[in-house]
Structures are given as structure tokens and as C-alpha cells.
Design a binder for this molecule. Structure first.
Ligand SMILES: Cc1ncc(C[n+]2csc(CCOP(=O)(O)OP(=O)(O)O)c2C)c(N)n1
Length: 325
């Protein structure tokens, strides 16, 4: 598949605005979550995706409301781009009763079937077989739906990666495997874990197309995802999209990029490719549109924090309610 040609004229205007809106809302959410975590208002752990917004926004922008996404431990962006309610997300992060899991799941367990979010997985690589199962279910029921499955480079070295790609290929399932290659799996850099340049090259070994995309360019991600979605809807089967991207912060919690793991040069080079700035530089939006979207995002995050702060904590006895064994 060739996604080099940027046919911006073919992208509907409202879609262009939506791509920007998604990225800005994700960035504001992640920055606010970082701040709240550092003030001890968010318990547990937190994996932030600032820097990777173009992947979530571009892929989810190519999906319909009824399509599905399967997310990861670094999943806030996927959920926001697919239409989750940031108020309920923020309440969940803070462990409050009005959160998506009544405050008992936290950052890694946001699901909302109304907008097609099947869930996020704390177990690396666990989402791939779930996505394949969901796609099989769509196919067997004759539903015109596709499943986008996000996972990291680390997950691509998990056995579930090979098993899932193989099964999706032999059964021609409507699934899009989206690898967010942010160059690190916790503290392990890509070059120490892979002997190949592109994870997308592995697709050929399973019999599906693999495509490498600039994950800092939301339009390129959107176009690659749109092609994969269209293939899946036509019954032509799965696609693997590898998005080359970078996270601004460390793996989790407050560990930052200033950790010795990252070279300052590498960090600065990627910072220059901030997906929000890359998109603005294309000149597709007027200054008024940019300001309006940024103000709207600020207001939504302000409301979300207020909602979460005002929500009560669950009572201790609620810990055993809604638990399935
Ligand atoms: C099966 C399993 N092994 C190890 C872990 C611990 N762990 C959590 S996140 C992570 C790194 C995942 O890296 P990657 O898939 O590249 O995603 P990223 O964190 O870069 O978004 C690891 C090893 C886990 N949660 N599950």
C-alpha cells in the first residue's frame, strides 16, 4: 500500500477539524493527568501518550462510531479519539465513583461499548487476540464493522502478535493492527529488541499487507487507516500499520524523558516533530479555528477535573461489587 501521496483535498473538511480536535484534547488530557498525578490526586500508575496523539486521532478518525477499538496500558488517547467521555475518564483515573469502572479500574481499564471501546489491557499483547475474536464475531454475525487494535513495539515481540496476525489472515478478518512504535518498551530500546528495521515487514510472513507510516503526521496515519478500513470492509482482510512515533514522557508515572535512557539529541529531534505542530504547519486551519478548538479542549478538561473532584470515592464494600470470577 502506498500512503506517501497526501491527497489532502480528498479528506473532508469536518474530518480535518476533527483530527485536530482529537489531538488537542488528548494532549490537554495527558498534561492535566500528569499534573494531577504529581499532586497525588491520581492513585495507582499512569502511562501517558503525549507525543503519540496523531496515531490515536488518525486511526479513530477513519472509523465509524460502531466500529471497535482495542486499547493498551497507554490508552487514554485511543479512548478520547474514539469518543469516550473525558469527565468519566478523569473520574476513573482519580478512583472516583462516577468513573467508567466506578473508580475501581483506573487508568488502564477504560471501556465504553456505546462508542466501540472494547477495553484497555494492562497485560502487554493481550489486546491482539481479543481484537481478533471481536473481528471474528463481526464477520460471523455479518456486521459491517471493523476492529482497530493498538499495541506497542514491545507487544510485537509477544507470542500473541504472531498468533493473532496469523489467525486474522487465514480467516480474512476485518481487523487493523496498529503498532505504535515509540522506540521503547519500558527501558528497552527498539534496537536491542529487534533485528529488523520495520515491524511492518513481519506482516508478509503471515500473508497480510504491512505498511510503515510517519506516526507524527496525523493525515498520513488517517490515510493509511482509511485504506486498511476500506480493505477490511470489502472483506479483503487484515492490515498491519506500523506508526513510527515517540512519547514525550517516560514509561509511566513521573519518570520523565530526562531519564538516562533517552539521549537529549534523540528527544529534541522528535520534539521538533510534535504532531500538533506538524499539523498546524500544513496551514489547513485558520487561526480562528485553531483558537476555537484549543479553547474548547481547555473547557472540556476543566469540566472533567471539576466533575472528577466533586465525585465521591466508592465505599470499601463496593470493592467486591461488579467483580466477575
Ligand atoms: C505480559 C506482560 N509482560 C510485561 C509487562 C510489564 N510491562 C508493562 S508495559 C511494558 C512495556 C510495553 O512496551 P510497548 O508494548 O512498546 O508499549 P509502550 O509502553 O511503549 O506504549 C511492559 C514490559 C506486562 N504488563 N505484561
Amino acid at each position: 500500500m502506498d500512503v506517501e501521496a497526501e491527497n489532502v483535498e480528498q479528506v473532508p473538511r469536518d474530518e480535518i477539524l476533527q483530527l485536530y480536535r482529537s489531538m488537542v484534547l488528548i494532549r490537554r488530557f495527558e498534561d492535566k493527568a500528569y499534573e494531577l498525578f504529581s499532586q497525588n490526586l491520581i492513585p495507582g500508575t499512569l502511562h501517558l501518550s503525549a507525543g503519540q496523539e496523531a496515531v490515536a486521532a488518525g486511526v479513530c478518525g477513519a472509523l465509524r462510531n460502531e466500529d471497535y477499538v482495542e486499547s493498551t496500558h497507554r490508552g487514554h488517547g485511543h479512548c478520547i479519539a474514539k469518543g469516550a467521555d473525558v469527565k468519566r475518564m478523569m473520574a476513573e483515573l482519580m478512583g472516583k465513583r462516577d468513573g467508567y469502572c466506578k473508580g475501581k479500574g483506573g487508568s488502564m481499564h477504560i471501556a465504553d461499548f456505546n462508542v466501540g471501546i472494547l477495553g484497555a489491557e494492562g497485560i502487554v499483547g493481550a489486546g491482539l487476540p481479543i481484537a481478533v475474536g471481536a473481528a471474528l464475531s463481526c464477520k460471523l454475525q455479518g456486521l459491517d464493522r471493523v476492529v482497530a487494535c493498538f499495541f506497542g513495539d514491545g507487544a510485537a515481540n509477544n507470542g500473541t502478535f504472531g498468533e493473532s496476525l496469523n489467525m486474522a489472515a487465514i480467516w480474512n478478518l476485518p481487523v487493523i493492527f496498529v503498532c505504535e512504535n515509540n522506540l521503547y518498551a519500558m527501558s528497552v530500546p527498539y534496537f536491542k529488541a529487534f533485528a529488523i528495521e520495520n515491524i511492518a515487514d513481519r506482516a508478509a510472513g503471515y500473508g497480510l499487507p504491512g505498511v510503515v507510516v510517519d506516526g507524527m503526521d496525523v493525515l498520513k496515519v488517517y490515510q493509511a487507516a482509511s485504506m486498511a478500513v476500506s480493505r477490511a470492509r470489502k472483506g479483503e482482510g487484515p492490515t498491519l500499520i506500523e506508526c513510527k512515533t515517540y512519547r514525550w514522557r517516560g514509561h509511566s508515572r513521573l519518570k520523565s524523558h530526562e531519564s538516562k535512557l533517552y539521549s537529549p539529541d534523540e528527544y529534541e529531534q522528535w520534539r521538533k516533530r510534535d504532531p500538533i505542530e506538524v499539523f498546524k504547519a500544513k496551514g489547513l486551519l485558520s487561526q480562528e479555528e485553531v483558537s476555537a478548538i484549543e479553547e474548547e479542549a481547555e473547557a472540556l478538561i476543566r469540566e472533567a477535573v471539576e466533575y472528577a473532584l466533586n465525585s465521591p470515592y466508592p465505599e470499601p464494600e463496593e470493592a467486591v461489587q461488579d467483580v466477575y470470577v
